[in-house]
Design a protein around this ligand. Structure first.
Ligand code: ADP
Ligand code: MG
Length: 681
């Protein structure tokens, strides 16, 4: 079996096995699932005469005109390679004493490397080479593995061969039953693994990868459906009448947008129903999700139930506590704050009041997940900026009550077709429109010293008019390696520049206390200009802030720029965002131009995808899903649909995965989701 430890392989000693362990590779099995990053097609040499353009080529031929000469302390080895077709290629090695002794005039060698042009001739510099017919002269489609610490990619190739000679990959046990394999139209595990590591044809690589992606998505989707089974369609949920809804809506200092009203109707219907609510509210930054949450918490409190509101950062939790607390203050709704760095006494007081039902609305961070947090009568669970939390964390909160209503809020846009699969356990509401009176944020790119000066003149104007502003710096401390203006340095510059105003600094290395003091002063308007790192990225709401300068904006991704910019333009004043560009690279220019052009989160997400491919922006992290190794949520939508169909099929036949044929699937789900999934299985 393949559960043998990797250090039983030849060539793997203590230090190398430590490096492998760091990458999570302990057993043969783990190494088998370490896939090649690319392949080299060395099935047969390319005739030299047919080489066209630069690129990586595999050629073979006789060595002629070999020359080795010293130039001062350096040396140069060069020779021609002539193949059967009569083509000639020049090969060059700098300081090639060692190679000079290995390569003999007149013998035939194969070479693999980059072809370039030099004075009208084609040449290879420092190619890989092997004597034709020798063991090193490998032919075929060769997998190329990335290095793992001290274990180099080339060694991994031989390690996998070793494993294959002990337990042939082509005989790997199958974990899915034949019926599923047929229906999903995927290849077997043994075919997949052999095809990925020892492909005979390129098609085997594709089919093999499809299978691994399918396996992973099947595990993900079956897990999501199970969660939905238990959490998505919970009968006997907390039922909340909507009779108090309008009385709170009337108290709001603004009238709701049509989209907000629509979402509220959906929520009211869910909350009244005898099944528990399970709803995702997707709304762009600044679209007014918090007001919706307030209404839902108000209704819940009026019916004698408690609400919990979880935010991803302490700054955000405090902000919500301040603003929600002041809205609820005179309405007899008691609010509490729970974050990790409170004094023991304070914390215990809050926990006791919560357990006794003396707090109606508790707002906080991950601290809310703790075992000690108990409710008297939990009726509503809200998570803000859902993408920062895992599916499990939502479940842990939900388990603290008896089928409470669940509402998750996110500003991360995701195409609807994909959302259905990704958020399989949730109903979805979308807020598209922005509150009336909002003016489009004017976004400008500043590329040189002069434009940067004009930028700060504009900042000065805004501050003089009584507005506030942000200056964002991408780094915490000065670094020589990258020439970013550090937050500290920026802060000093700004303090000098704006000596008539109050300038403050906020960064991630400050203590919680220091941070919240600064934020409070900014909320209160005592601080005019806040120099900050990205710690303010999500959710901060100061409507009087109308100008943002993002230094070194090329360091940020589009999605992040969008989130950052969303901190201004939250009131009725015209707002401005300046992107200072210190790079002239095409991609940073394109990014800045997109920001200038649009403020629609969906468009920005799509453009981001095009620009840098589906990197992190729509990765699993953004959605609180478990980490995937092979599958990608945007690239593999078709595989996802296939696996969703099969997942439904399997659960229909065996709703709790108790049949022995599904034992492995169950284990895989547990492994993928971690401990939280035990709640379900
Ligand atoms: P987000 O969806 O990004 O969480 P918030 O809920 O923080 O947005 O709302 C952003 C700002 O818009 C807040 O200052 C809020 O009071 C205000 N707001 C929300 N809804 C409306 C509305 N219908 N009309 C005017 N302002 C609104
Ligand atoms: Mg928000």
């Amino acid at each position: 079996m393949n559960d043998k430890p990797v250090d039983s392989l030849k060539g793997i000693g203590k230090r190398k096995s430590e490096d492998l362990a760091k990458a999570g590779i302990y057993t043969f099995q783990d190494l088998i699932y370490y896939l090649p990053k690319s392949y080299e097609d060395r099935r047969s040499p390319t005739p030299i005469a047919s080489i066209f353009g630069e690129g990586r080529y595999f050629v073979a031929g006789k060595v002629k005109n070999k020359k080795f000469k010293y130039m001062g302390r350096k040396s140069l080895l060069s020779f021609d390679v002539e193949d059967d077709g009569g083509g000639v290629l020049r090969v060059v090695f700098f300081n090639g004493i060692y190679v000079n002794n290995m390569i003999h005039q007149g013998d035939e060698y194969s070479f693999f490397g980059n072809v370039s042009y030099n004075g009208g001739r084609i040449q290879m510099v420092h190619p890989e080479f092997a004597l034709v017919g020798s063991r090193e002269d490998e032919r075929g489609i060769l997998p190329v593995y990335g290095d793992i610490g001290r274990v180099k990619g080339r060694q991994i190739r031989t390690l996998i061969r070793q494993i294959d000679s002990i337990n042939p990959l082509g005989e790997t046990e199958e974990w899915l039953c034949e019926r599923v394999i047929d229906k999903a139209n995927v290849c077997t595990t043994s075919y997949a693994l052999r095809g990925i590591h020892f492909p005979r044809e390129k098609k085997e690589i594709l089919e093999g990868k499809y299978r691994l992606i399918f396996d992973e998505l099947l595990t993900l989707e079956t897990g999501l459906l199970l969660i939905r089974g238990k959490f998505g369609n919970r009968k006997n949920g907390v039922s909340i009448s909507s009779k108090h809804m309008d009385e709170y809506v009337k108290l709001l200092p603004f009238s709701l947008t049509e989209d907000q009203k629509k979402v509220l109707r959906e929520i009211a219907r869910d909350m009244e129903s005898s099944s528990a609510m399970n709803r995702l509210i997707q709304g762009d930054v600044g679209s007014g999700k918090t007001a919706i949450a307030e209404v839902a918490m108000y209704m819940t409190a009026k019916e004698g139930y408690q609400s919990v509101f979880m935010a991803p950062t302490e700054i955000l939790a405090r902000q919500h506590y301040e603003s929600i607390g002041s809205s609820f203050q005179n309405l007899g709704i008691r609010c509490g704050l729970l974050v990790s760095k409170q004094s023991k006494k304070l914390r215990e007081g809050i926990l006791n009041r919560l357990a006794d039902g003396e707090i109606d609305v508790i707002i906080g961070t991950h601290a809310l997940l703790g075992d000690g947090v108990k409710f008297n009568k939990l009726g509503l669970v809200i998570t803000d900026e859902q993408h920062r939390f895992g599916v499990n964390q939502r479940q842990i909160l939900t388990e603290k009550g008896l089928n409470p209503n669940v509402m998750v809020m996110t500003a991360t846009p995701i195409p609807r077709t994909m959302a259905v699969v990704v958020y399989g356990d949730l109903d979805i509401s979308v807020i598209k429109s922005m509150p009336r009176g909002r003016k489009k944020i004017i976004t400008k790119i500043a590329k040189n010293k002069f434009e940067r000066e004009s930028t700060y003149l504009k900042v000065n104007e805004e501050l003089k008019a009584g507005r506030q502003g942000y200056v964002i710096s991408p780094l915490i401390e000065e670094s020589d390696a990258i020439d970013a203006n550090s937050a500290l340095e920026l802060y000093e510059e700004m303090s000098e520049r704006f000596s008539d105003f109050n300038v403050a600094l906020l960064h991630g290395r400050m203590t919680t206390d220091e941070k919240s003091k600064v934020m409070e002063a900014f909320y209160e308007g005592e601080v005019d200009l806040l120099v900050s790192t990205v710690v303010i990225e999500v959710g901060i709401n100061v409507p009087n802030a109308t100008v943002m300068v993002i230094e070194n904006s090329e360091r940020f991704g589009l999605a992040q720029l969008h989130q950052l910019r969303g901190r201004v333009g939250r009131g009725n004043f015209q707002s401005y965002c300046f992107l200072i560009l210190n790079s002239d690279s095409e991609i940073s220019n394109q990014r800045a131009e997109i920001m200038e052009m649009t403020s629609d989160g969906f468009i920005i997400a799509e453009e981001d995808l095009k620009l840098r491919g589906p990197g992190d922006i729509l990765g699993t992290r953004q959605h609180g899903l478990p980490n995937l190794r092979f599958a990608h949520l945007t690239k593999h939508v078709d595989v996802m649909q296939n696996s969703l169909m099969i997942a439904k099929d399997i659960l229909e036949d065996d709703p709790t995965l108790n049949k022995s044929k599904n034992r492995q699937l169950k284990e895989r789900i547990k492994r993928l989701y971690g401990d939280g999934i035990n709640l379900v299985l």
